[in-house]
Design a protein around this ligand. Structure first.
Ligand SMILES: *Cc1c(COP(=O)(O)O)cnc(C)c1O
Length: 372
């Protein structure tokens, strides 16, 4: 039997939903209606209820959810949007693609999320919005971000791509901002069988605009009100997501349980720092990823690999240092982001992972540092 421990595996989730999914794939195929039909409408209602908002609009993917949110808020050329420096590049690309300028904020090194004390100094007369990212599944301080945004009359778009199911002060993330972006990329907390995404909001007018933008700027066939996109969640993905949504809380709970086990097993390793969390917040982490900060990160990852344990780095190159952004940002201006880039390591974590597997990963980490 293989003792390899994958970084992530969908097999366990797939096994649980297999019969239902096979049936629904047949049903959608037989219905001969594949876009903007009743499956999408039903999933939109279910997901809106899950997040605790009035509207959900299914779109093609998480990047489009961000882009369409920005367009619906009329953000574009000449505007600035505040985003965390250590996010996945999608957050920046969405801003750049609508013609606005991403303005980067350094992270809080304990939570990995954008440092709320450093937002204010980045606000200028051109700032239109803040996009907080709930990185790795941990909610940002949404009450303070909303307060600050309202003081400066800024929009807030939550990038909830990594945080479906996360809660902040009794409300789900993705319910705080004016418009909020969600991703159903296969390995996200709620994953489709391909690409998928959604925008959530409580605002009727913004919801209408998002619906226009996802469908060629059109709400009446062959009448196009704005220059929109073709970005629709399709019927197959919506139907599958409706099934998986029923299991989501259970899967998150499983990961939360495993994450606490990691915490427990690794707590005495001095070379490691886990994201230290207020216990009330800790409960609310949806654990998209289990990330440690460590010394000799690359050597540790290589050692684990030799022992059959697969890890990943989120992210090995910060967006501002990517070739795509060459010449745009002041390299060296984000030392905390650079430091985290060299220290973070994501350990295996997925629904269906066993406690024995967690134990094996943890004991190999302990063994690596005990030789030092
Ligand atoms: C995954 C992700 C996205 C983009 O989602 P896609 O569905 O892959 O387009 C955006 N932001 C963050 C933080 C992500 O992790």
């Amino acid at each position: 039997m293989s003792t390899e421990i994958p970084f992530y595996s969908l097999f366990h989730q797939n096994e649980q939903v297999k019969d239902e999914v096979h049936q629904i794939l047949t049903n959608v195929f037989d219905s001969a209606w594949y876009l903007l039909g009743e499956r999408t409408a039903i999933f939109e209602q279910e997901y809106a209820r899950y997040i605790g908002v009035k509207h959900c609009i299914g779109v093609g993917n998480g990047l489009d959810a961000l882009k369409i949110s920005l367009r619906a808020l009329n953000i574009g050329y000449g505007d600035e949007v505040i985003v965390p420096a250590n996010t996945y590049i999608a957050t920046l690309m969405a801003v750049s693609e609508v013609g606005a300028m991403p303005v980067l904020v350094e992270p809080d090194e304990q939570t990995f999320n954008l440092d709320i004390h450093k937002i204010e100094e980045k606000v200028t007369s051109k700032t239109k919005a803040i996009i907080p990212v709930h990185l790795y599944g941990l909610s940002c301080e949404m009450d303070e971000i909303m307060r600050l945004a309202s003081r400066y009359q800024l929009y807030v778009i939550e990038d909830n791509a990594q945080a479906t199911g996360s809660v902040f002060k009794g409300k789900k993330t993705g319910s705080y901002g004016h418009l909020n972006a969600h991703s159903f990329y296969p390995t996200k907390n709620l994953g489709a069988l391909g690409d998928g995404g959604a925008v959530t909001t409580n605002d009727d007018e913004l919801a209408h605009k998002v619906r226009l933008f996802r469908n060629y700027g059109s709400s009446v066939k062959y009448q196009n009100e704005v220059l929109g996109y073709n970005s629709r969640l399709d019927e197959i993905q919506a139907a599958v997501l409706s099934i998986k949504l029923k299991y989501l809380d259970q899967w998150i709970e499983e990961k939360r349980h495993l994450a606490s086990f990691y915490d427990e097993l690794l707590k005495d390793v001095k070379e490691l720092e886990r994201c230290t969390l207020d216990s009330s917040v800790r409960e609310k982490h949806s654990h998209h990823l289990y990330v440690i900060k460590c010394v000799e990160r690359d050597a540790l990852a290589a050692y684990l690999k030799l022992n059959g344990i697969h890890t990943l780095i989120h992210y090995p190159i910060p967006p501002y240092q990517q070739k795509a952004y060459e010449g745009v940002f002041n390299v060296g201006a984000f030392p905390l982001t650079d430091r985290l880039t060299n220290q973070v390591l994501s350990l295996p974590l997925f629904p269906g992972m066993t406690k024995d597997q967690v134990q094996k990963v943890a004991s190999d980490i302990v063994r690596y540092y005990s030789h030092k």
